[in-house]
Design a protein around this ligand. Structure first.
Ligand code: 1CP
Length: 357
């Protein structure tokens, strides 16, 4: 496989907390609407779902940001909601709106009917995209595969669409915890199987997005989110293809739980921008690598402000191994692509400066 000839392994080395020549950087949503070439491919595809479900097009948009910027990793172009779609919920996008499910999960009968999808048949388009992207990357940088966390996916499955508070999902957790656990258990099996299949297809790192973990209070976070992170991580460690593939866990808004998250068996934690890298490193840096964490809105600022903030973040982490630079959440659509170049180049410059390389 092409992994033998990986020409830029900064990202994987940082995840293993090994020294690197400079700080590696990639950005959540690096392929997306802020890029005119992404908008053109999406228009050609006709819809976001057609784009995500056509491996050649998913591969094309995955590679677009790498053609422009000196990024140190590629991330599979797909969505976390492909898994509930394959579980039978019917994902669709109404015009100009976010994702929705035709058949959200209502109660016990719906939950009992859910099945764990076979990735190589029911999510074949994702596995084909992973294989194609690996071939087209040809060892330039590693490829990241990903999935939503069981809790975050359950939020969308119950609500049927995005929400600010996911009140229906939280109500189910309070009112029928056993039922919620049955749902989370099935979703966790689906997520673990899906991530393991991505590793077998060629993903060189795996990331779990727990975008809505931070909505839960401390005890509920441990019960309904954290526990399933540990289950997914344990399943991956037991899988021959995924065992050696580093796992990055991003639980947005869950900084109160960093120590517990670091003990789930992941290689790295993704951080949002509400904690400093220095504090996070002091708390968990001996156990895991850290990925993050500047405010995505920084990309709306002037180039000098972007450079200053990047410099400050890298100084705050210090000259230790184990930092992957990223935003604290995804790039927003209105960002000027040249600002992304400023940020990426500033990371490599500041990373070299602090190491004296
Ligand atoms: O083209 C478009 O208009 C569709 C917008 C879009 C894009 C570009 C959606 C719909 N998904 C994606 C791609 C996507 N989604 C990636 C691509 C890889 C990358 O470049 O990073 C990834 C990693 C995701 C993951 C994802 N989807 C998350 C977790 C990360 C996060 O942003 O917190 C979540 C919560 C989703 C759900 C989703 N899919 C799309 C939208 C607009 C949303 C948010 C819905 C909501 O809650 O309102």
């Amino acid at each position: 496989m092409a992994s033998d000839t990986l020409r830029n392994d900064r990202f994987l080395r940082a995840l293993r907390r090994e020294p690197t020549d400079t700080t590696p950087v990639w950005l959540m949503r690096q392929a997306g609407r802020y890029l005119p070439e992404y908008r053109a491919t999406r228009a050609r595809a006709g819809s976001f779902l057609a784009l995500a479900k056509t491996p050649e097009l998913a591969c094309e948009v995955t590679l677009q940001p790498l053609a422009r910027f000196e990024l140190d990793a590629a991330i599979l172009f797909s969505d976390i909601l492909t898994v509930p779609d394959a579980m039978g919920l019917g994902l669709y996008f109404a015009d100009g709106e976010g994702p929705k499910f035709e058949r959200p999960v209502g109660g016990a009968d719906d939950i009992a009917r859910l099945h764990v999808p076979d990735p190589e048949t029911e999510l074949r388009y994702v596995m084909d995209a992973v294989r194609l992207i690996r071939r087209e990357l040809d060892g330039r940088v590693p490829l990241i595969g990903f999935a939503g966390s069981p809790w975050t996916l359950a939020c969308y499955m119950i609500e049927g669409e995005g929400s600010r508070d996911f009140a229906r999902a939280k109500a189910l957790a309070w009112n029928e915890p056993a039922l919620m656990h049955r749902l989370l258990d099935t979703v966790a099996q689906a997520v673990a199987r899906y991530l393991a299949a991505q590793a077998a297809a060629g993903a060189q790192a795996l990331m779990v997005f727990d975008t809505w973990g931070g909505l839960l209070g401390p005890a509920q976070f441990r019960e309904f989110s954290l526990r399933y992170h540990a289950e997914v991580a344990a399943a991956l460690r037991a899988d021959p293809a995924a065992r050696t593939v580093p796992l990055i866990l991003f639980a947005k808004g869950a900084n109160g739980h960093l120590e517990a998250l670091a003990d789930t068996g992941c290689a790295a934690l993704g951080l949002d921008w509400t904690i400093t890298l220095g504090e996070a490193r002091a708390r968990v840096g001996a156990r895991v690598a850290l990925q993050g964490n500047v405010d995505p809105a920084l990309l709306l600022a002037r180039p000098e402000a972007i450079r200053a903030e990047v410099e400050a973040a890298i100084a705050d982490f210090g000259a230790h191994p184990g930092h992957v630079f990223n935003l604290g959440h995804g790039i927003t659509p209105g960002v000027e692509p040249e600002h992304v170049r400023t940020l990426v180049d500033a990371v490599h410059e500041a990373g070299r400066r602090i190491r004296g390389t």
